[in-house]
Design a protein around this ligand. Structure first.
Ligand code: BTN
Length: 291
């Protein structure tokens, strides 16, 4: 297998990785939209990083990695050596057990520069994941934790990392625990997989097919004016609306009551009878644990 050094548009060198690893996949492709172009790697550092390079079209001098990813292209990996999570965290996944992929969205202006769409992308993605999990585990087992977590039986089964790239390109990274059978002590108490939840192994490619179908349903709705359908569906599945939560910023933490979402997808929280809106880059939230 060959290795290449990738040079980004600005000339910075980023670490080499094994570009020889992508292959024609036995995972299904769609006829159009998200998932019609698919690069399936055995191993990468992070599908979001590989997608960023492919989307820029600037990275590779020669070899299998060249070309510019079209809208809806997907980078899928069986294993990540440096899977990235939100807020600088890492994403754990045993080789070949789960879904790890990034969708490249390349829409024309002004769609992606619309701040409502930006705020709604993680929410629309969460709805697609939630609906996929519900088709295996039942609707009542699935809930959403703002902004990007999808819970199965109250434990995190999927994480979503939305990043901006060059030229109004957005990268939607999705990690979904399918057949994971054990987690590290650090995340084990809070995380689950379809296997751990239901006791049954599931074909990854079937889950992938369902999820890509649901993404093709929900992602376009994030770009509809106001994205009302996304917001309403999200609030309906959101865990803990009306209950006490704690909001954490870099500086401190504050208790409040979760009230839902405002029109651009920000989190509405009531503090001492006054409502405040929070955006996903700046805060995280924890739910009060039941007594
Ligand atoms: C989070 O919950 O913190 C977000 C986790 C996102 C993980 C996925 S796995 C596929 C894609 N590639 C990455 O490096 N991260 C995302």
């Amino acid at each position: 297998m060959r290795e290449y050094t990738l040079n980004m548009i600005d000339g910075t060198e980023i670490p080499t990785f094994d570009l020889g690893g992508w292959r024609e996949s036995d995972f299904p492709k769609t006829e159009k939209g998200i998932g019609s172009v698919l690069r399936h790697y055995r191993q990468v550092d992070s599908t979001n990083r590989v997608a960023r390079v492919w989307a820029s079209g600037s990275g590779v001098v020669s070899g299998e990695g060249k070309g510019i990813a079209p809208h809806g292209a997907v980078v899928l990996a069986d294993h990540q050596t440096s899977g990235r999570g939100r807020q600088g965290r890492t994403w754990e996944s045993s080789p070949g057990q789960n879904l790890l992929f990034t969708v490249i969205l390349r829409a024309t202006e002004p769609l992606l520069s619309d701040h409502v769409a930006r705020g709604m992308l993680p929410l629309a993605t969460s709805l697609a994941v939630a609906s996929t999990l519900a088709s295996y585990a039942g609707e009542d087992q699935v809930s959403l934790k703002w902004p990007n977590d999808v819970l199965l039986g109250g434990k995190k089964c999927s994480g979503i990392l939305v990043e901006a790239s060059v030229d109004e390109v957005f990268l939607i990274g999705i990690g979904l625990n399918v057949n994971e059978s054990e987690f590290s002590d650090e995340v084990g108490a809070m995380a689950t997989s379809l296997l751990l939840h239901s006791g049954r192994r599931v074909e990854r490619r079937d889950v992938f097919k369902t999820l890509i179908d649901r993404l093709n349903h929900w992602i376009p709705k994030a770009f509809e004016r106001g994205a009302d359908e996304v917001r309403a569906a999200y609030v309906q599945k959101m865990a803990g609306v009306g209950s006490p939560i704690t909001i954490h910023t870099h500086a401190d933490s504050a208790p409040g009551i979760l009230r839902g979402l405002n029109p651009d997808g920000g989190l509405l929280v009531e503090h001492n009878a006054a409502q405040k809106v929070y955006y996903s880059g700046e805060v995280s939230l924890t739910h009060a644990s039941p007594d």
